[in-house]
Write a protein that binds this ligand. Structure first.
Ligand code: ATP
Length: 218
């Protein structure tokens, strides 16, 4: 990925983990926080960190906020500050604004003031934990709609050594295989003769109820 410029406003637990990951991936990251101690702590985990109040237009202008490819607003508790910050960012012409919401209502307001993408870390993480408990074989998933998902699952022990044709996911479980992932390779789309190995993972698409059933196979 070509180098991009990110600004992360709010260097709490959420903001810092976004900032750190981006920086470790070689991206340019400016960290901004109203508290000096948080800016100091950000230290070597970002390209540069500054103390500023993001609800002040001049502060955003002085860091050249328009020049960043993406701004992440990671202020949580102070809902007013988070909303005002997004509003100012959009007014100043920030290209892409991602904002963290604590509640549905907070998210609705962030949407109204122009946030391009709203994330709900607590809600999403809670759902992921519940999902993992319901389907122990599931390693990762993407929710496509209320009914459908894509999931990466461990190959059930009972299927190792068999081919996709033999297992016949569509007829047996009403789901479709998109890919087989091994440590060395990703096979997209997998051929019907592809044999499942124990360490392989399978990427499947289907109705959530069918996926829960599949995710519980021994
Ligand atoms: P987390 O769960 O990520 O730790 P949180 O949801 O508890 O955070 P807050 O603590 O309210 O959210 O905010 C995260 C960070 O945003 C804090 O470090 C806080 O100092 C910073 N912050 C709050 N208001 C502003 C502001 N107006 N400008 C810049 N930074 C701010």
């Amino acid at each position: 990925m070509p180098k991009q410029g990110y600004a992360v406003i709010g260097l709490g637990r959420f903001g810092m983990s976004v900032a750190r990951k981006l920086y470790e991936a070689g991206q340019d990251v400016l960290g901004i926080d109203i508290k000096e101690a948080h800016v100091e702590d950000a230290g070597l985990s970002v390209t540069h960190a500054v103390v500023a109040d993001s609800t002040e237009e001049e502060a955003l202008k002085s860091v050249g906020i328009r020049n960043f490819d993406c701004v992440i607003v990671a202020i949580g508790d102070d809902m007013q500050a988070s909303i005002l910050t997004v509003l100012l960012l959009k007014e100043l012409g920030a290209k892409q604004v991602i904002a963290k919401a604590l509640s549905k209502r907070h998210g609705q307001v962030l949407n109204k003031v122009g946030a391009d993408w709203i994330v709900y870390p607590e809600r999403d993480m809670g759902e992921r934990v519940a999902h993992q408990l319901l389907s122990p074989n599931v390693l990762d998933f993407i929710e496509l709609s209320q009914q459908y998902s894509i999931e990466e699952v461990k190959i059930p022990v009972s299927m190792t050594g068999k081919s996709l044709r033999e297992v016949d996911l569509r007829a047996e479980y009403n789901i479709s295989a998109i890919a087989i992932v091994s440590d060395e390779d990703i096979i997209v789309p997998p051929s019907p003769d592809q044999i499942f190995h124990q360490e392989d993972r399978l990427v499947v698409i289907g109705h959530k109820e069918d996926l829960v059933e599949f995710g519980n196979i021994e």
